[in-house]
Ligand binder design. Structure first.
Ligand code: HEM
Length: 153
């Protein structure tokens, strides 16, 4: 499966990768609440990019972490329906244009996702599965960042 992202970069997910992602996501979904905690432990400075103040116990932070994971859920359900997924991700990227995001911030978010998967799946998180998830998150990053760059230049 080939995808043209907004930035002109193309990414590919095979049917097998999509199948692997579907199976693993069902197992790890209950752990999704840990994503935000992990993100701010690893990269506390990201907090400054959010307009929610300096108190990490502000429920808006938790809410955003769930927003991220719900976006992943949507992506997982639509990896074989990119015509539906890509416009939604573009819209989400446009909505994030004000937050000055670059590849670096997306990388932190992606690494926290991988941590949640690794922690939840243990030995079942094989190198093949990790690659599938990295490729899937690269699609999300590419489309969202492409939309952000289209606005911010
Ligand atoms: C560190 C990087 C990011 C920053 C600073 C950021 C910031 C924000 C802010 C300030 C909001 C508005 C308040 C809110 O609804 O919580 C928001 C909303 C949202 N963000 Fe992010 N965001 C980041 C990364 C991401 C990523 C990677 C995703 C998805 C994969 C994402 C998904 C969402 C969603 C789904 C919403 C709600 C949109 C809506 O209400 O229509 N964010 N983000």
């Amino acid at each position: 499966m080939t995808m043209e992202a907004s930035g002109g970069k193309s990414s590919e997910l095979t049917d097998l990768q999509i199948e692997l992602i579907h199976g693993s996501w069902e197992k790890v979904k209950p752990n999704k609440k840990y994503h935000g905690e992990r993100l701010f432990n690893v990269a506390p400075h990201l907090q400054e990019l959010f307009p929610f103040g300096s108190d990490l116990t502000n429920p808006m932070f938790t809410m955003h972490a769930l927003n991220v994971m719900n976006t992943l859920d949507l992506a997982v359900q639509h990896l074989d329906k990119l015509d539906i997924l890509i416009p939604k991700l573009k819209e989400l990227g446009q909505m994030h244009a004000a937050f000055e995001l670059t590849e670096v911030e997306f990388q932190y978010v992606g690494e926290s996702l991988i941590w949640v998967l690794e922690t939840g799946l243990g030995d079942d998180f094989t190198p093949k599965l990790k690659k599938a998830w990295c490729d899937a998150f690269a699609i999300i990053t590419s489309v969202m960042l492409g939309a952000i760059k289209d606005i911010n230049g």
